[in-house]
Design a protein around this ligand. Structure first.
Ligand code: CUA
Length: 322
């Protein structure tokens, strides 16, 4: 039953990337066909009456008091039975759609103004794009950090709200490798339309490779982001390192020339970032007070490396954990 429709490249009918999508298309198509069969005779009869009883045409217009119980029962019972067929058919698909298999791989999705953040079981995360392996059930736990969003993946015929304070879920098993669109389908503010990306359905080996590439670079950065918060860096440098006035913003700082209070300048390279955390009083950025405490001894080398990786990542918007 799956993929009974060919892989239309048109945007009018999105491709079906899962067996479930094929089933939903089938329900939709059969439903349309039944509606057509029920409605078409009405319009044919209307047209026939319009011609036969046109003004001036000689026709028998006497009112006939005639009841036909068998006909009335028929047109009630047959549509009722047809609707029952759809009730059980769509109901069974719905139940399967609502109940992820217990062995499903779990990915967390967080919606916020205005981006989707997806996190894989190994901690790898990505913004707006989602990479999944083909042929494996995937369950997505969906949360929102601010307003109501809605995760919508047309190729899977799946859509689920992201509601603040509540975890919603969606699951699917993609069975066709390819790139598909994903959207936010709930008007959630000024940049709602930008809250979109791509679902990459990959072969299992490609997915493993992708995870490994991410494992090194990105977990370092996301670990650094949480350390940045837990060490309290964000209380002065801002929660997104965007600055608060008490301490300089760190967004885009890596690789930039920084003016210092003694009138000199310094290039913000790895050494400078390390130094500023361990010996913050050595070089004071122009316009700021020397209020930052030293983290020498408080922070392990591994933690320092993660925080530096995070600060470096802020230079590139697509890489930044915001
Ligand atoms: Cu989020 Cu629209």
């Amino acid at each position: 039953m799956q993929h009974f429709l060919p892989h239309y490249p048109s945007t009018l009918w999105p491709p079906a990337a899962s067996a479930m999508a094929g089933e939903i298309d089938m329900i939709f198509a059969v439903w349309c066909a039944v509606l057509f069969l029920l409605v078409a005779p009405v319009f044919v009869f209307m047209a026939w009456c319009a011609v036969k009883y046109r003004a001036g045409r000689p026709a028998d217009r006497t009112h006939r008091e005639r009841r036909n119980t068998p006909i009335e029962m028929t047109w009630m019972i047959i549509p009722f039975l047809i609707s029952l067929v759809f009730f059980f058919w769509a109901g069974s698909v719905y139940l399967r759609q609502q109940n992820p298999p217990p062995n499903a791989m779990i990915i967390s999705a967080v919606g916020r103004q205005w981006m989707w953040k997806f996190q894989h079981p190994g901690g790898q995360w990505e913004i707006n794009d989602l990479h999944v392996p083909v042929g494996i059930p995937v369950r997505i736990n969906i949360d929102s950090q601010d307003v109501v969003h809605s995760l919508y993946i047309p190729a899977l015929r799946e859509q689920e709200e992201a509601v603040p304070g509540r975890t919603m879920q969606m699951w699917f098993q993609a069975d066709r490798v390819g790139d598909y669109k994903l959207f936010c389908s709930e008007l959630c503010g000024a940049d709602h339309a930008l809250m979109a990306g791509t679902l990459y359905v990959m072969s299992r080996s490609d997915y493993q490779t992708w995870l490994q590439q991410f494992a090194t670079s990105r977990t370092l950065v996301s670990g650094g982001k949480s350390l940045f918060d837990s060490y309290g860096c964000s209380s002065c440098h801002g929660s997104n390192a965007s600055g608060t006035g008490r301490a300089p913003a760190l967004v885009g700082i890596y690789g930039r020339v920084v003016p210092l209070s003694d009138g000199s300048t310094v290039l913000a390279d790895d050494a400078y970032l390390h130094d500023s955390i361990l010996r913050p009083k050595k070089q004071i950025v122009a316009g700021y007070k020397p209020i930052m405490p030293s983290f020498a001894g408080a922070m392990s080398d591994a933690e320092l490396a993660q925080i530096v990786a995070y600060i470096k990542s802020l230079g590139d918007r697509s890489e930044a954990v915001r």
